[in-house]
Design a protein around this ligand. Structure first.
Ligand SMILES: Nc1ncnc2c1ncn2[C@@H]1O[C@H](COP(=O)(O)OP(=O)(O)OP(=O)(O)O)[C@@H](O)[C@H]1O
Ligand SMILES: [Mg+2]
Length: 240
């Protein structure tokens, strides 16, 4: 079952861009962006390092009113430079479903520490103790299980960074439950486990721009599979 989406597409309003030769519009994926349809359940951003996945994800979260440091619309702490120009030039195609003030979250592993501090400051508890007193993976999972609610919009940047392979499988299960309860996700990931979630579409970011791709065509799937099936052979080739 796929619910009515919050967001139907993201597009770049080219008239609002002054210069395409400066960051962030100089990134091919951003500069060539036209209109990108979003999956009603899960949209994955995948691709090489530095191709613009986080830049686009963050700018979309900003347009939706989320804070760049991660967190919900209630968590209003400092933002990093660079993506505000992009958010000003993006248009998000909204469905008929509307977000309430707390029905969503922007989360990236890198800023989990800041988020934990903010959650403590607001005397919120996710799980039975402060997020600072939980391990990286535990605190991430506490947030996901305690804070993520039905009918929410969630932007996640590399959620796998905190998780063991087994917990990444748990994350797929959690994702599925939330999708069945009307949630929509946009997730930047390098994890060949997480991006296997089937009720989804994958966009591949590269120097040529952004294109849809099948799971088994991604480099992440092919390289991981090849490496696990032929570990000794590949190690010998790499290290010779
Ligand atoms: N403030 C900035 N000024 C100039 N260039 C920047 C700035 N911030 C990021 N970049 C560049 O923009 C490009 C896209 O960065 P981004 O973080 O979006 O990549 P990514 O696809 O998320 O990569 P990764 O998979 O490593 O997380 C990179 O080449 C990066 O070096
Ligand atoms: Mg990134």
């Amino acid at each position: 079952m796929t619910a009515e989406p919050f967001l139907k597409y993201v597009s770049l309003v080219r008239e609002r861009v002054e210069r395409f030769d400066v960051y962030p519009f100089s990134i091919p994926a951003i500069g060539t962006l036209d209109s990108l349809p979003l999956h009603p359940a899960v949209t994955f951003f995948a691709g090489e390092n530095g191709t613009g996945k986080s830049t686009l994800l963050e700018a979309m979260a900003v347009v939706e009113g989320f804070n760049l440091e991660g967190g919900s619309r209630n968590h209003d702490f400092s933002t990093r430079s660079g993506t505000s120009e992009l958010s000003g030039a993006l248009r998000l195609g909204r469905g008929i479903k509307r977000l309430g003030k707390t029905d969503g979250f922007f989360l990236r592993a890198e800023t989990m520490f800041n988020l934990a501090t903010e959650v403590d400051r607001l005397s919120l508890f996710y799980g039975d103790k402060s997020l600072h007193d939980q391990s990286h993976g535990e605190s991430f999972l506490s947030l996901l299980t305690n804070r993520f609610q039905p009918n929410g919009l969630y932007f996640l940047d590399e959620p796998e960074a905190a998780f063991s392979p087994q917990k990444q499988l748990s994350l797929i299960v959690l994702l599925h439950e939330l999708v069945q309860n009307g949630c929509q996700f946009v997730i930047a990931t390098h994890s060949p486990i997480i991006m296997a979630y089937p009720d989804a579409m994958i966009y591949w970011f590269s120097d040529q721009g952004i294109r849809p791709i099948e799971y088994r065509e991604t480099e992440h799937y092919k390289v991981t599979r090849n490496f696990l099936e032929r570990t000794d052979h590949m190690l010998a080739a790499l290290l010779s």
